[in-house]
Each structure stands twice: as C-alpha cells, then as structure tokens.
Design a protein around this ligand. Structure first.
Ligand code: SF4
Length: 522
C-alpha cells in the first residue's frame, strides 16, 4: 500500500486560543468543577491544520486569569472568545500579547463582538461575526489555505480542563424566543448537525466512565425524527462502550410528551437541565417564555425525577417586573416543596446586549448610570428595580448564600432524599443535592461550581453596577506599552447620566447595517 506523503508548510504557525472569562464573584480563581465548561476554544482549534499549526488552548473559566508572560509572548495568532461580559478581558489579553509581540494577529469572536462590531474593529485585527467556521476564512486570508484544517473536528486532545465530564454538541441555537436570551437577540434559527459529525465527536471523546454532557442550547429541538435518530445513535454508542450515561439541556416542550422521559432514560440519560426560570405564569408570559406555561411545572419535575432522571434548573429574579415580596414568596415556595430539586442558581435579570429585554430597558430608561459591560452578569443589579435600590441589593447579597432560607433548604434536602432515594443513583442524588451542600457549608460558590481555592464571599462588592468594584485584573499583571493603557479601562455601557456611552452608541443604535461577515480593519 502506498503511504500518503503529508507536505508540511515551510512555517508552522503558533496559535493561542483563549476563552476569556470574568468570575461572577469577582475573584481571580479558576472554577474547574463548573459544569458545563467553555468548549468554544476546542471547536475553534479544529479550524487549524494540525500539520501546519501548533495550537494551545487556555480556559480562564477553569484556570483563572491568563497572566503568563511567556505564553502571551508565544503566539503568531491570538484567538479570543467569550461571553458578552468578557469583552474587557479580550482587551486586556490583546494589550498583553501586543506588548510582547507587535506582529501578533488578534482575532476576536463571540456574542460581545457580534453585538459591538464597530467598537471591536478599533481593537482587534479580525472580528468574526458569524459561526465558529468563519475562522477558517480568517486563517486562509492570513496564513494561506494550507494552514486550514480540511475537516473541522473539535480538538479534545487540547482541552486540558475536560477531566470530569465529556462534552459534545448535536445542534446550535434554539427554536424559542425568550425575551431575555442572547440567542433571541441574535435571531438564529435552530440548526441541526449531521449525525456523522455527532458520532465522530462522541468517538473522539474516547470510551469514558464519566457522563457526557450535550451542550446544545436545546437538545430536544423542533425535529422529532432527528431527536429519535440521536437517541438511536447514543444507544449504539453505549453498546460499543463510548457512553456510560449522559445529560442534556432541553426546553420545557420536551416534557409535554411523557414518553420522551422513557425514551431518554432507555438511552442512558442521567440528568436534564431545563430553564424553568419561574413558577409565575404571568411573568413567564411577559418574557415570551410561553413554552413553560402549558403544563404544571411541579408535576413535570416530579415525573422526571420518578423516571430516574435528575432535574436541574435555574431561577430568574426579575426585579424590574416583580416586587421583592413576590420574589421572596416564590423562593419560600421552592424551599418548602421537596417534590422538586432546589435551583442550581438564582439569577438577577440582566439586560443582555441585543435582546428584547435590553431594548425595553433602554427605552424605559431603566439601565443604571455607569453600568459597565462587565457588570452584565447575574449577581450585579444593572437596572432600576420596582423596590428601593438598597433593599434590592441587600436581597441580591443575601441570596448568594440563600441567607434566610438555609434551614429550610437543608430540611428540603432531607425530605427530597427520602422521597427520591429509590429512584436516583448515589451519584445522581449527589448532583441533585449539591445546592444544599453549598448552603450548609455557607460558602459562596459560583452557580454549581466549587472554586479551585475556597474563599468566603467578596465583601467589598456592592452588587450595584453604578458602584460595583472592578476585578483585580483591570490592573495590568505586568508592564504593558503605554499605548495599550486604555485597554484596561472598563468599557461603559452607560455614562454617569444613564445614557448609552459615546463609544457604544453606533453599535447599539446603528449596528443593523454592519455586514455579518468577518472583516479586516480597513
Ligand atoms: S428556551 Fe432557552 S435557549 Fe431557547 S430562547 Fe429561551 S432561554 Fe434561550
């Protein structure tokens, strides 16, 4: 048999891909047990030819802020991705890398870049406004076609943080339009992946004992046949030893049909996450989360647990539409009800850029003065609430550790354990009760995560965007060129009067005419 000769390009390029991240508790720690972990860098790495490029990944979510001078001096190309709040972190890393190597090419993508193309063009060499595959074109334009991978497969071999769970993805985006969701703001339709691509991802993860987490925004989707086909594929791969168990994110319509629970259980599903957000039907309607209003939610959770599947969910506390008394009643209702799991996190409503909620808050003048992009996370109040500010920030401070509900939460866990111990395995019970553990140890964790180093809450925080402290990372970790000093100033969403800041005006009010294709700075 004739062996294939691989021709290496004359110059191998050094590529560093970083998931940029700000810690919600404003500490400089990595959260290596958070689930799910960022997988953007792993998929982006697949765009580079392994023969022509040395690729390294860094995940700030699991490893903490990237401040390693040697690593930041290394790349020919720095690729940055991250959530809306991570924009300033992208600027910090750009300043570090350009200080160390003037010729480094900086490419940025992700929701913040898509929402702020005009601002982003001022800082980065390339901005990607589309899907991860767009990076292939950027590579071809900068290094040539021979540096592009012919098949874009996730580089699990580089994902050093993927120790506890394996991650795979079978679809993109969502077929619902909740008013607060970043996907609604971006306006994509639900997109299925080819089954062969999914098979290759799972096989690429190797034969694992740990569960695989499907990180789709909506694993259920709007194509029943595709849902059934994926379950068949999962069952086959389970028989072949590639999957022991798995979990996924599904929308509430999955639970309309009881048979779905039996189907996923039969395929090895151990847990489902679904965005319940609230038990208040009126509020759900007000944010267009109509799919959550059709069936009784308590019964839905109970049925899921009785099928031997852990039900996980988050709760959204909208202080702009609901009074504190109402929200507190809902929390009481949750901790008093041992038929359901406790929420994995309690989120304050955030006006995420580009979403209907963002524009509603903007038109109503609800966004607080001196709100920074970095503040748009779920533990900082960025909008005017119905109740007095001091009462709301006190509430936000207290719910970080469920203060006032701890005793009830522990009692809830005991009752929950007695009710469901015959339905759930030990591992599932640990997952289901992990929130109560957080409360009983009275340590503040980030959502479901244990940080690398356990610390008590950050007591300097005000939980109010106008006065909130900046993270330590806004101070350069080492000397940067003076021309990059302003990269460490926080990007303001609103000025001190509450108006959209000058630098974001064009993006917030006019960005609809900007091409959604990548573009080099002109
Ligand atoms: S169902 Fe979930 S993913 Fe889909 S639009 Fe609503 S919040 Fe977003």
């Amino acid at each position: 048999m004739k062996s294939k000769i691989i021709k290496f390009p004359e110059t191998r390029k050094r590529i560093l891909i970083v998931n940029c991240f700000f810690d919600e508790m404003r500490f400089t720690v990595g959260r290596n047990t958070q689930v799910p972990q960022a997988m953007g860098p792993v998929y982006l790495a697949g765009a580079f030819s392994a023969h022509a490029c040395d690729v390294r990944l860094y995940n700030e979510m699991s490893s903490g802020p990237l401040e390693d001078e040697k690593l930041l001096s290394w790349p020919d190309m720095l690729v940055l991705t991250g959530l809306n709040t991570a924009f300033d972190r992208m600027l910090h890393l750009t300043a570090y890398a350009r200080t160390k190597n003037k010729k480094v090419i900086v490419v940025a993508g992700g929701p913040a870049i898509r929402n702020l193309p005009n601002l982003s063009k001022q800082y980065f060499d390339y901005i990607c406004l589309g899907d991860v595959e767009e990076l292939q074109q950027v590579i071809e334009d900068t290094f040539g076609k021979d540096h592009v991978s012919c098949r874009m497969s996730p580089r699990y071999d580089l994902a050093y943080w993927m120790t506890h769970f394996g991650y795979a993805e079978s679809s993109r985006y969502c077929n619902f339009k909740c008013a607060f969701c970043t996907l609604t703001g971006e306006g994509h339709g639900y997109k299925k992946y080819d089954l062969e691509f999914l098979r290759n991802q799972i096989i690429g993860l190797g034969k694992r004992r740990e569960p695989i987490v499907f990180i789709d925004n909506n694993f259920y989707g709007n194509d029943r046949q595709y849902f059934l086909d994926r379950l068949e594929l999962i069952k086959t791969l389970r028989k072949d030893g590639y999957i022991k168990s798995w979990s996924a994110l599904v929308t509430n319509d999955f639970f309309y049909n009881d048979n779905n629970l039996a189907l996923v259980k039969d395929a090895g599903c151990m847990g489902l996450f679904s965005g319940l957000e609230s038990f208040d039907l009126e509020w759900l309607r007000s944010v267009n989360k109509l799919q959550n209003t059709r069936i009784a939610q308590i019964e839905m959770v109970r049925k899921c647990l009785e099928h031997g599947i852990v039900f996980l969910y988050g709760t959204m506390l909208d202080v702009t539409r609901r009074h504190l008394a109402d929200l507190k009643r809902e929390l009481e209702f949750i901790v008093d009800n041992s038929e359901i799991t406790l929420p994995s996190y309690l989120s304050i409503i955030v006006p995420i850029l580009g979403t209907p909620v963002f524009y509603e808050c903007l038109e109503a003048g609800l966004i607080l003065p001196s709100t920074k992009l970095r503040d748009l996370e779920s533990t900082t109040l960025c909008v005017k609430p119905l109740d007095p500010l001091n009462e709301v920030t006190k509430f936000i401070y207290e719910i970080q550790t469920l203060r006032g509900y701890r005793r009830k939460a522990l009692l809830h866990s005991w009752r929950f354990y007695k009710r469901y111990r015959s339905y759930l395995s030990n591992f599932q019970m640990i997952v289901a009760l992990s929130n109560a553990v957080k409360i009983s140890y009275q340590i503040t964790f980030n959502k479901t995560a244990f940080p690398n180093s356990l610390r008590s809450r950050n007591r300097r925080r005000t939980h109010l965007s106008t006065t909130e402290i900046l993270d330590r990372v806004y101070k350069p970790a080492f000397r940067v060129e003076s021309i990059y000093r302003n990269y460490f100033k926080p990007t303001l969403l609103t000025d001190e009067t509450g108006k959209i800041s000058k630098e974001l005006e064009s993006d917030i009010f006019q960005n609809r005419c900007v091409s959604r294709k990548s573009g080099q700075i002109q």
